[in-house]
Design a protein around this ligand. Sequence first.
Ligand SMILES: C[S@@+](CC[C@H](N)C(=O)[O-])C[C@H]1O[C@@H](n2cnc3c(N)ncnc32)[C@H](O)[C@@H]1O
Ligand code: SF4
Length: 387
Amino acid sequence: MPVLSVFNGKDFCCLLGMAGIYIHIPFCKSRCRYCDFYSTTMLGKREEYVRAVIDEAELRRHYLGGETVSTIYFGGGTPSLILAEDIRLILNRLRELFKVTGEAEITTEGNPGDLTKDYLCELHEAGVNRLSIGIQSFSDDKLRLLGRRHTGEEARRSVTRAREVGFNNISIDLIYGIPGESLQDWQEELRQAISLNIEHISTYCLTYEEGTRMTDMLKRGEICAVDDETENEMYAILVKTLSDSGFYRYEVSNFAKPHQHSHHNSAYWNGTKYLGLGAAAHSFDGKSRQWNKSDIDAYMREVEARNLQPEKEDLTDTDLYNERVMLGLRTAGGIDLGQLSAEEKKHCLHEANRFLTTGHLIIDRNRLTCTDKGINILNLITEYLMQ
Ligand SMILES: C[S@@+](CC[C@H](N)C(=O)[O-])C[C@H]1O[C@@H](n2cnc3c(N)ncnc32)[C@H](O)[C@@H]1O
Ligand code: SF4
């Protein structure tokens, strides 16, 4: 069944002319063994950091060129380590500085261990209307191995509590391919996830990042990586199980109930402008990317001196085309052929032809999209279509 049969790209189109804001909260109580995202365990700096983020928003109030902001996303690190009152402060200031729509999707990531009923209530009252909970696994053994600070029971309870306080848009993160995990284990993880009746699931195949504890353990032979074939089977189980339960795959690793996809993440894949605030946050203005220092002290010093010095990469037309291909093919919205120049479209369709005739690609409403069959050879198709 083509992916487009459950998602016709319309939801992506409605994002055009809209922009997003990402706020990076780089604090973690402890570092998980697998993770190499930028964060610090020096929680004493949170208050000062929140002030710096608000100051940065003021400094960069013109970055989005007056475009309407339809999504705001607090990511981490662990956003649930800052006070709900601070989230409210940041949101209020963003509403003063930018044109934020009344129906904006406002997401906060949270760790199950932090999500008490009071905290969830305050977040909801502060205007957060979508929650992304870093569950990773429901198995205490696997959570211990990953170095997470919550249990399976806490994970389940955090979802129930969020529902009770009024969140009606809940996503969870799950990791598969954890050492020792069998196909049956993974099936059981999915069964538990589905039983929570959530709207959205983001999945991650465990990767061994250089410099992490997990990679050291692998090198020392203390753990054994799951082999590629098993990982592929786990992915196939994931797609089949979630699809049988009413989720649609709108991006290779992201699954949602109808119309409950993440607008913020879709904007990343769709070439929409976004402003990234905070240490290590990335921004995109349609032509270039820039990113703040991955060092909280250096970042705060630059903001205080009103002299932000982000790294910057200008994107050529070829870079932009290649990104459209790479990101578009991963999504159910596909590549919007209307956004390509005449020359790019000619190249794209010429290369796509061999995959159109074999049923790996389809064109629907001027969008070139991978079918389910095509997703299985996504890398090959992407290589052909890129310039
Ligand atoms: C950077 S985290 C932020 C969310 C939050 N801090 C948490 O841990 O719940 C975003 C997600 O990336 C995933 N992730 C991070 N490192 C990973 C790795 N090495 N392999 C697979 N997934 C990873 C985890 O599922 C995590 O929920
Ligand atoms: S996975 Fe999340 S909580 Fe764990 S170290 Fe990374 S950012 Fe922090």
